[in-house]
Design a binder for this molecule. Structure first.
Ligand SMILES: Cc1cc2nc3c(=O)[nH]c(=O)nc-3n(C[C@H](O)[C@H](O)[C@H](O)COP(=O)(O)OP(=O)(O)OC[C@H]3O[C@@H](n4cnc5c(N)ncnc54)[C@H](O)[C@@H]3O)c2cc1C
Length: 386
């Protein structure tokens, strides 16, 4: 049984650890702080529908991930007793301006080409299925996406941590990777304040922080943090039953009456604070769509740092100059969704199998100057985003 060291315990690292351990690997995860408390905890947990008929690797990865989420929910619930809240709540996509309506129409035709069910909604049908939605300024267009799902991130991360422990994964919080010792084309040692750790394989999954670590391996990753703020409102009883999307903003209703309002995209470096401007914009958006939310309790707000890449695609692959180093990072607004598929394809790669999704477009040196540009388009972000 060979050992794999996963550096970074967000949803991507923990999912890879869970999958590798399920394949019989001995796995250790180190995290600079508490695992599962960064972007992965902060996310809204939207799992947008993905097309089963697509030749685009990012779309294939999303479709694989969606299939796996339904299975992992059951496995994790049965094995750990923790229900991560996975459910098919469906989503409504709204447009209040002509420009937004045109963008929605394009989105609907992309969805149709991908065999994703998206139906136009009349004002009357909208009122019937979501009576609390009364868009200020009127409605230009609306669509219904019945297969959109959601999970509750903190519960999913808790389930993953327990599932990992049950599979024998050792998780070390407060253990940042600070440097690497490289010999004969391999990472021989990962240097941490707790000591020098060695493993047969090292997989770096440090989200928005991955650029600095990759530089220590002689690799340039074009990855940076983009802050997303969220507000949590609560009502004594649910006022919404579907996820409501408008442009890059959304309302995510939970069955207990809570509603997540997200999210901003702030290019402010590694700053996780919430701002009055961010909260004000999100409240304006929420009350402009669902006036009844004005009576809700403002429970809390938070922010997380999405790992954004310049071309909108994650880095998934082996570090070309090293035999035993892998990277899975840069999932931006889709990391919760893509985590299950990422875990499976990275485990296949690490185990020397051919990954079931072609990973060449995600290769980690694709943006370096002496590497040819990737061929695949990045049209995936057509449906909702976290
Ligand atoms: C507001 C918001 C809403 C979102 N909504 C959605 C959504 O609805 N659906 C969706 O699919 N996605 C959503 N996302 C995106 C998703 O959360 C991210 O893409 C995903 O969490 C990235 O996971 P990760 O494991 O790569 O990174 P992270 O969760 O950030 O984990 C990285 C880990 O690495 C650790 N680390 C950093 N440096 C080191 C080091 N040197 N050594 C060891 N450990 C280190 C950190 O402590 C952290 O635990 C949202 C994100 C935000 C912020």
């Amino acid at each position: 049984m060979s050992e794999c060291l996963v550096v970074g315990g967000g949803v991507v690292g923990l999912s890879i650890a869970y999958e590798l351990a399920g394949r019989g690997r001995r796995v250790r995860v180190i995290d600079a702080a508490q695992p599962g408390r960064e972007a992965s905890w902060a996310g809204a947990g939207i799992l947008p529908p993905a097309g089963s008929h697509s030749d685009e690797p990012l779309e294939q990865l999303a479709a694989l991930s969606n299939r796996l989420h339904a299975q992992w929910w059951e496995h994790l619930r049965d094995d750990t007793g923790i229900d991560n809240g996975f459910r098919r709540s469906g989503a409504i996509y709204l447009a209040r301006s002509a420009t937004e309506a045109r963008a929605l129409q394009t989105l609907a035709s992309v969805a149709h080409r991908r065999h994703i069910v998206v139906e136009p909604l009349s004002q009357e049908s909208l009122r019937e299925i979501e009576p609390a939605v009364r868009p200020r300024g009127g409605l230009e267009a609306a669509y219904y996406a019945p297969t959109e799902c959601q999970i509750r991130n903190p519960r999913h991360l808790k389930a993953l941590l327990v599932g990992c422990a049950q599979r024998g994964v050792e998780v070390l919080p407060g253990t940042p990777a600070e440097d690497f010792e490289i010999r004969d084309g391999r990472i021989e040692v990962v240097v941490t304040p707790a000591g020098r750790l060695s493993a047969d394989t090292v997989c770096i999954t440090t989200g928005a922080w991955s650029g600095a670590l990759a530089r220590k391996l002689g690799l340039t990753l074009e990855i940076k943090p983009i802050r997303g703020q969220i507000l949590l409102l609560s009502q004594p009883r649910p006022v919404l039953s579907h996820i409501i999307n408008e442009s890059s903003r959304y309302l995510v209703p939970r069955p207990d009456g809570r509603v997540l309002v997200g999210s901003t995209e702030d290019d402010v470096g590694f700053d996780r604070s919430t701002t009055a401007q961010g909260a004000g914009d999100l409240l304006h958006f929420a009350l402009g769509l669902v006036p009844e939310l004005g009576n809700s309790q403002l429970e809390r707000s938070w922010a997380g740092l999405r790992p954004a890449t310049v071309d909108g695609m994650p880095y998934l692959g082996r570090v070309p100059s090293l035999d035993n180093a892998f990277i899975a990072a840069g999932h931006f607004r889709g990391g919760l969704q893509l985590s299950t598929g990422t875990a499976v394809v990275m485990s296949q790669l690490i185990d020397g199998e051919t990954p079931e999704v072609d990973l060449s477009v995600f290769r980690v040196d694709r943006l370096s100057h002496d590497s040819p540009a990737p061929q695949a388009s990045k049209t995936r972000p057509a449906v909702s985003l976290g």
